[in-house]
Design a protein around this ligand. Structure first.
Ligand SMILES: Nc1nc2c([nH]c(=O)n2[C@H]2C[C@H](O)[C@@H](COP(=O)(O)OP(=O)(O)OP(=O)(O)O)O2)c(=O)[nH]1
Length: 135
């Protein structure tokens, strides 16, 4: 029997006052380089999902938020090489600081229905319609 190791990732749709969502472009050298993704990353051993997301937002974008501002929205489940990705997606409308691309190649604010035209990781595609209905 093949053992499939789950990979737990947290990600967030940061929503601004105009109903736009922040996407970041994965940098060269990383898997899926060039694709547009929600900010976030892997949950490390010993971390809660919310603590991991708060850490990633500080590291990747230089913004601060609180667990009470992270609303669970949906999840994605997708084969990823020899792993199986479980991506927990949150929605956040309240944070401190101006997002800056500290790891990403670029950032852009887009409405959910504009995401269909962007190259995004396969796991993210089912999340677009959901965000379109939610935001
Ligand atoms: N952050 C993020 N990751 C995503 C999305 N969609 C998707 O398939 N992924 C995948 C890509 C990666 O395989 C994994 C996240 O891992 P990562 O390597 O980018 O995370 P990390 O920031 O912890 O990076 P590192 O420390 O390993 O460099 O989840 C998404 O929308 N946002």
């Amino acid at each position: 029997m093949t053992t499939i190791l789950p990979l737990l990732v947290v990600a967030v749709a940061l929503v601004d006052a105009d109903g736009r969502v922040l996407l970041q472009q994965r940098p060269p050298g990383k898997a899926m380089a060039g694709l547009w993704e929600f900010p976030g990353g892997k949950v490390e051993s010993g971390e809660t999902p919310e603590a991991a997301l708060i850490r990633e937002l500080e590291e990747e974008l230089g913004i601060r938020t609180h667990a009470s501002c992270l609303a669970p929205a949906s999840f994605a489940s997708e084969a990823l090489g020899d792993r199986h990705l479980l991506l927990l997606l949150y929605v956040c409308r309240k944070w401190q600081g101006l997002p800056e691309a500290r790891h990403a190649t670029a950032l852009q604010w887009v409405r959910p229905n504009q995401m269909y035209a962007l190259d995004m990781p396969p796991a993210d595609l089912p999340l677009i319609g959901l965000l379109d209905a939610l935001i």
